[in-house]
Design a protein around this ligand. Structure first.
Ligand code: ZN
Ligand code: ZN
Length: 339
């Protein structure tokens, strides 16, 4: 009897556990999209930028993909055309005829949306819509081994939470971190590897005889206590010994002239301010702010560099607004959650 009770309670709590772990959701933000994904899902590949690109999130049992493409209002293809092209491509890739089981209409993020149910080797639900706010045609593809209560709940949550436009700032969620950046900053460079991850977001403005750029360079190094045994507890030392050389390759002429301490997400960060002047015929002035800290929770060293660059042909004067830049840097740092 006891055994039976025990095994019952074990199987009961087990199924409870599965229920809890598989259906816990978290915010995921990338390239101006914001949605809730199951906590177990991992971003395994991505490319492009806010205008056109793709991303794929995976677990052991299912995956979902988002693909988007810029479409100016007057040149938007009808969704039916997008759908046909998608099926054709899928049939070409899988070298088999893909039967469409169902077509229906719904609404995603306020947009009229077409949904296809497909049976490839897996069960697929594919959503197609055009966002007239962000001027993107978006395809959301959810692929499961089978459609059951669990998968239905997951699809429902992803679709209901999906936002493709709006807001002056975008949420970005590189693995286990969060930050917000103004929505006109574009992802232009990234590396996501074991050990080191960075994202470069860029805002570019060109006016007659002036080129103005602001950058956010967000980076973290994992396994810090092992890899930087002597420096990981002292961010200042880490920057000097391990990082400055790399930073100088990216930002030519960078020189730091002031250092302070500040709290970021509960950690003590070292803040360095700096500047640079380069170029002969086209002269460039730059302002920099670097914040570096050790996050014990994830054993990572974070190093975030914001910068502003103004380039003008000589002898035109380059005006930099240090106060506005400082506010921008400070505001950006305040959005970061590192763990
Ligand atoms: Zn939208
Ligand atoms: Zn942290």
């Amino acid at each position: 009897m006891r055994n039976l009770e025990e095994s019952f309670s074990r199987s009961f709590s087990y199924s409870n556990l599965v229920w809890c772990t598989s259906l816990e959701f978290m915010d995921f933000g990338w390239n101006g999209f914001l949605l809730q994904i199951p906590r177990e899902a991992r971003l395994v590949s991505e490319g492009g930028n806010a205008r056109s690109g793709y991303m794929r999130l995976e677990t052991e049992n299912y995956f979902f993909e988002v693909k988007w493409e810029e479409a100016q209002q007057k040149k938007v293809k009808p969704l039916s055309e997008v759908v046909e092209a998608f099926i054709k491509k899928l049939e070409k890739d899988t070298k088999q005829k893909i039967p469409v089981r169902g077509r229906r209409k719904t609404n995603v993020s306020g947009h009229d949306t077409l949904v296809l149910s497909l049976k490839s080797a897996m069960e697929e639900r594919i959503y197609f819509w055009y966002c007239e706010e962000s001027l993107r045609i978006t395809i959301l593809r959810c692929v499961f081994k089978l459609i059951d209560t669990n998968s239905r709940t997951i699809i429902r949550q992803i679709v209901a939470s999906f936002k493709c436009h709006g807001g002056e700032s975008n949420l970005w969620t590189p693995p286990q971190s969060i930050f917000r950046a103004p929505s006109n900053f574009q992802l232009t460079e990234r590396k996501m590897m074991i050990g080191r991850t960075y994202l470069l977001l860029l805002e570019h403005k060109v006016a007659p005889f002036t080129e103005r750029r602001r950058e956010i360079f967000f980076e973290y190094n994992s396994m810090a206590s092992i890899r930087f045994e002597d420096e990981y507890k002292d961010p200042n030392k880490w920057v000097e010994k391990r990082y400055l050389k790399d930073l100088k390759k990216r930002y030519r002429g960078i020189k730091f002239h002031a250092t302070a301490e500040e709290k970021i997400n509960g950690h003590t960060a070292i803040i360095k301010e700096g500047s640079a002047r380069t170029g002969l015929t086209t002269r460039k002035s730059s302002l920099y702010a670097n914040a570096t800290w050790y996050c014990e929770d994830l054993n990572r060293i974070y190093s975030v560099t914001t910068s502003e660059h103004v380039a003008r042909p000589w002898p035109l004067k380059r005006k930099m607004d240090e106060k506005t830049f400082e506010e921008f840097s400070r505001e950006f740092l305040s959005t970061i959650k590192c763990h």
